[in-house]
Design a protein around this ligand. Structure first.
Ligand SMILES: Cc1ncc(COP(=O)(O)O)c(C=O)c1O
Length: 396
């Protein structure tokens, strides 16, 4: 278990020490290489390689041409909140009051609102290591204390009540299912156990369900199936393939609705209005969007087979999302050096684990397979050939 440093001296600017999101540094290096004329195979970025669905693009064009597009209420337009409520009824059999749904500036905007509304300054919030770095960094920026919970292959990189019991007093717990960077999902009994664990101890659960819709086995359950007291985050970025439209949503316990409304109104007035109309139409694009998921499934097979052939055999199960988190400590002390070598020698960009786990991340690399199938295949071929020549990687 790791703990962030305590309060800073009086007068120290809050947020000044927030660490970078390293994957953006990798992306920058890859883009610099491309600018110098060398194409790069991108297995570092965690976003769909496709545009928004056709229905969303058409709806956006229509409202731009016909509507004034002034501010909406802070929680977003009612038809979209109604549609999201219907999504929970259709997908999960959960009956949801649309007043509990708030549209946000991506799931990222939802983190800010959730952490400010649910946890006190100095409040201790458990986040998994490895996990999505922005939970930790956003908590730090707002003077909440991230408490790193080490998880590994033994629990499929997810927290368990037993592991959490050792974390000391907590105000909150963030879980992601399917997770970034591992892709592993919590089964219904596992998620229910975490919800019950939190309820018994007054630990508020924040469930990041942004990768729902992208899974390769049974669809992961929503935390809303087990309690109304959890905060659920989701987004149009991943399944809906709309990262740049910056729209997400959260589902709140009834007692947090009013405070989040006040925060959202003050912080950014309302989420982007064009995006809200486009997102409503994106719910009619299931066929197109499910086609992307079928491609991710093919890419996943290529990565898993490619890694096995390359002798990289400690990999996360990747039940969903578009990531495989693989142990590379037999190839290099520091996976950042391995990633730099692959970028430089193979023009293949992947992300070092340090972004996701400040303690053990140097032993891992994250492969994102959200890109074009031919790019993923070519990247795995290059890595396989490189490793056939250098079976000990940088340790040779
Ligand atoms: C687990 C997880 N949560 C949240 C986000 C942020 O998504 P958004 O684009 O909705 O802000 C990401 C982006 O990669 C993610 O992987």
């Amino acid at each position: 278990m790791t703990e962030a440093p305590g309060p800073r001296p009086a007068g120290y600017p809050v947020g000044r020490d927030v660490p970078p999101f390293y994957v953006l540094d990798v992306l920058q290096a890859a883009q610099a290489m491309e600018a110098s004329g060398r194409p790069v195979l991108h297995l570092e970025v965690g976003q769909p390689s496709t545009s928004a669905p056709r229905t969303a693009i058409d709806a956006a064009a229509r409202v731009v041409a016909t509507e004034r597009l002034g501010y909406t209420t802070a929680n977003g337009i009612a038809p979209l909140r109604d549609r999201i409520a219907r999504y929970y009824a259709d997908q999960h059999g959960v009956d949801l009051d649309p007043r509990r749904i708030v549209l946000t500036a991506g799931a990222s905007g939802g983190f800010v609102l959730a952490f400010l509304a649910a946890f006190p300054a100095g409040g201790r919030v458990a986040v998994t290591e490895p996990g999505y770095p922005c939970y930790r960094n956003t908590l730090l920026a707002f003077e909440r204390v991230p408490v790193g919970i080490a998880v590994d292959a033994a629990t499929r990189f997810q927290p368990t009540p037993q592991v959490l019991d050792a974390a000391g007093p907590l105000d909150g717990l963030v879980v992601a299912s399917p997770s970034n960077p591992t892709g592993t999902a919590l089964r219904a009994d596992e998620l229910q156990a975490l919800v019950a664990w939190g309820a018994d101890r007054g630990v508020r659960l924040v469930a990041d369900e942004i990768y729902h819709g992208i899974s390769y086995g049974p669809p992961p359950p929503t935390a809303l199936s087990f309690s109304d007291d959890v905060i659920v985050l989701n987004s149009f970025s991943k399944y809906f393939s709309m990262t740049g439209w910056r729209l997400g949503w959260m589902v709140l316990p009834p007692e947090l609705v009013e405070v989040v409304d006040r925060l959202a109104g003050n912080l950014y007035i309302c989420p982007a209005v064009v995006s809200q109309h486009a997102a409503l139409a994106a719910f009619d694009a299931t066929e197109e969007l499910d086609g992307h998921v079928r491609r991710y499934a093919r890419n996943r097979d290529i990565v898993l087979e490619g890694l096995a052939e390359a002798g990289i055999d400690e990999v996360s199960p990747a039940d969903g999302a578009f990531y495989v988190y693989a142990r590379t400590s037999h190839l290099a002390d520091d996976s950042a050096a391995l990633c730099a070598a692959w970028l430089d020698e193979l023009a293949v960009a992947v992300t070092p684990g340090i972004d996701f786990d400040p303690v053990r991340g140097a032993e891992y690399v994250r492969f994102s397979f959200s890109g074009a199938t031919e790019d993923v295949r070519e990247a795995m071929d290059r890595i396989r050939v490189w490793l056939a020549e250098r079976p000990h990687g940088l340790r040779a």
